[in-house]
Design a protein around this ligand. Structure first.
Ligand code: AMP
Ligand code: GLY
Length: 428
C-alpha cells in the first residue's frame, strides 16, 4: 500500500518510521515532512493545512491511505473531504474532531454523559464572564473555546490575571474566533498524564500512557513550549488505574460520541489530572500527542499499519495492539531562543555518531545541498531510546545527547528523572 503521512514534526517522523517497518507499506510519502522523513520516505511539498492540494497529491501518487498527524487539518475537515473523494484516511471527521477543536463541545459532552472533568462555566459575553470571575474562588483556569496553538489556557493565581486572560480572549481577540466563547474552570491539582487509544468508533484498543514536559527549563521553570520531552509508561501507571481510566473515561467517551451522532475514529487522546477524587479530564485531543508519540510508538509491538487499517475499516476488536513492557524516554533538542525568536539554517553535527539503538526523530530540520542537515524550526529533534526501565532508557538518551550539536542547542536534563512527590508538587 502507498501511504501519505500529513505533517512535519517529530511526531510525523515517528509515525512514518513505524509505518516503514510494515511489510505491507510500499511507497511512503510525507507532506511536507523534514530532513528525517526524507531519509525514509518521499517528502511532498504541500503544507499540512492545504486539504485540496493534499487530496490532489494523494490521487496523483496513487496513495491508498492517508494518516493525519496534526489537529489543524482534522479540525478543518480533511477526513470528510478525503472521504467525499473516495480517498481512505485515518483520523476523526470534523464533527468528531470538535472534541479538541471546541472545549465547550467537549465540556458539554462530558457533563451530559457523566465523564469526570473539572467544573466549568461557559461564557459568550465578556461582561458576564468578568462578573463571574471577580467573585470566583482562586486559582482558576481560563480557556479559549477553539484551537489556539496550545496558548489558549491560562492557570490564574489572582483575579487580575484571570481578568486579563478574559480580556485577551474576548475583547482583544488574540485567538480570533477561538476566543468568542471561554470556559472558566476550577483548577485541579495532581499528577498530569496523557492517555492514548485507537478506536474505530465502537471498540477501543489497550491504552498507553505518557507524561510530557511543557516548560522550557529543568524543574518545570521557564516559559511554556510545544513540549520538551516525554516518557512512557509513567512510573505511577498501574493496571488498576488503566482499567479505571478505560471504564470511567475512555469507553464512555467513545459511546458518547457515537450517541451524539459523531462516532469517533482515530486516536483518542485524553489529558488527565489524577486528583484525590480520581482521574479527571483536562482536555481531549483528536490525534497523537507531540512529544508523547516519540516515546509511545517505539513501545508499539504491533504493526501500525495493521492497527490503522482495523480502525479505518472497522474491526479493531480483532486487531493486535500490543504495547511493550520496555520504557521509552524522548528528549527534545530545541533552537537557542525558542520558544521566542531563534535562528534557522544552523548545521546539525554528530547525528551519525549516536549509538545504533538511539532514535533521532526530526522536527524543524531541512537538508541543505552544501551544509547537510540544518535547523529549520524551534523544536529541532527528539532523541529517544527504549530501555528495560525508565532509568535505563533515560541513561541511554542522555549518554548520547551531547554528541548531537548545533549552535545554541538547548534541552532539558531532567526528562524522566523521577522525583516522587516533590516532582508532583512542582509539576501541578
Ligand atoms: P489544555 O490545553 O486544556 O491541556 O491545558 C493546558 C495545560 O493547562 C494542561 O496541560 C494543564 O497543565 C493545565 N490545565 C488545564 N486545565 C486545568 C485545570 N482545570 N486545572 C489545572 N490545570 C489545568
Ligand atoms: N503534548 C501535547 C499535545 O500534543 O497537545
Amino acid at each position: 500500500m502507498n501511504i501519505l503521512v500529513v505533517g512535519s514534526g517529530a511526531r510525523e517522523h515517528a509515525i512514518a518510521w513505524k509505518l516503514r517497518q510494515s511489510p505491507q507499506v510500499g511507497q511512503l510519502y510525507v507532506a511536507p515532512g523534514n530532513a528525517g522523513t526524507a531519509a525514509i520516505a518521499t517528502n511532498l511539498d504541500v503544507p499540512a493545512t492545504h486539504i485540496e492540494k493534499l487530496a490532489e497529491a494523494a490521487r496523483s501518487h496513487h496513495v491508498d491511505l492517508t494518516v493525519v498527524g496534526p489537529e489543524a487539518p482534522l479540525a478543518a475537515g480533511i477526513v470528510d473531504r478525503f472521504r467525499a473523494q473516495g480517498l481512505p484516511v485515518f483520523g476523526p471527521t470534523q464533527a468528531a474532531a470538535r472534541i479538541e477543536s471546541s472545549k465547550v463541545f467537549a465540556k458539554e459532552l462530558m457533563r451530559k454523559h457523566g465523564i469526570p472533568t473539572a467544573e466549568a462555566r461557559v461564557f459568550s459575553s465578556y461582561d458576564e464572564a468578568k462578573r463571574y470571575v471577580q467573585a470566583a474562588p482562586l486559582p482558576l483556569v481560563v480557556k479559549a473555546d477553539g484551537l489556539a496553538a496550545g496558548k489558549g489556557v491560562t492557570v490564574c493565581q489572582d483575579h487580575q490575571q484571570a481578568l486579563k486572560s478574559l480580556h485577551d480572549a474576548m475583547v482583544a481577540r488574540v485567538f480570533g474566533a477561538a476566543g468568542d466563547r471561554v470556559l472558566v474552570e476550577e483548577c485541579l491539582a495532581g499528577r498530569e498524564v496523557s492517555i492514548f487509544a485507537f478506536t474505530d468508533g465502537i471498540h477501543l484498543s489497550p491504552l498507553v500512557a505518557a507524561c510530557d514536559y511543557k516548560r522550557l527549563l529543568d524543574g518545570d521553570r521557564g516559559p511554556n513550549t510545544g513540549g520538551m520531552g516525554s516518557y512512557s509508561p509513567p512510573e505511577f501507571w498501574t493496571d488498576p488505574l488503566s482499567a479505571e481510566v478505560r471504564r470511567a473515561i475512555m469507553e464512555p467517551t467513545v459511546r458518547a460520541m457515537a450517541a451524539e451522532g459523531c462516532p469517533y475514529q482515530g486516536v483518542l487522546y485524553a489529558g488527565l489530572m489524577l486528583t484525590p477524587q480520581g482521574p479527571k479530564v483536562l482536555e481531549f485531543n483528536c490525534r497523537l500527542g507531540d512529544p508523547e508519540t516519540q516515546a509511545v510508538l517505539p513501545r508499539l509491538r504491533s504493526d501500525l499499519l495493521g492497527v490503522i487499517l482495523s480502525v479505518v475499516n472497522g474491526g479493531l476488536q480483532n486487531a493486535a495492539v500490543e504495547w511493550r513492557q520496555d520504557a521509552c524516554v524522548g528528549v527534545v533538542l530545541a533552537s537557542g531562543g525558542y520558544p521566542g525568536e531563534y535562528r534557522r539554517g544552523l548545521p546539525i553535527r554528530g547525528l551519525e555518531g549516536v549509538d545504533s539503538d538511539i532514535l533521532a526523530f526530526h522536527a524543524g530540520t531541512r537538508s541543505d545541498p552544501a551544509l547537510g542537515v540544518i535547523t529549520d524550526g524551534g523544536r529541532v529533534l527528539t532523541l529517544a531510546a527504549l530501555g528495560s526501565s525508565l532509568k535505563d532508557a533515560r541513561h541511554r538518551v542522555y549518554a548520547n545527547i551531547g554528541r548531537v550539536h548545533f549552535d545554541g542547542v538547548q534541552y532539558r536534563h531532567d526528562i524522566a528523572l523521577l522525583l516522587g512527590s516533590g516532582q508532583q508538587a512542582r509539576r501541578s
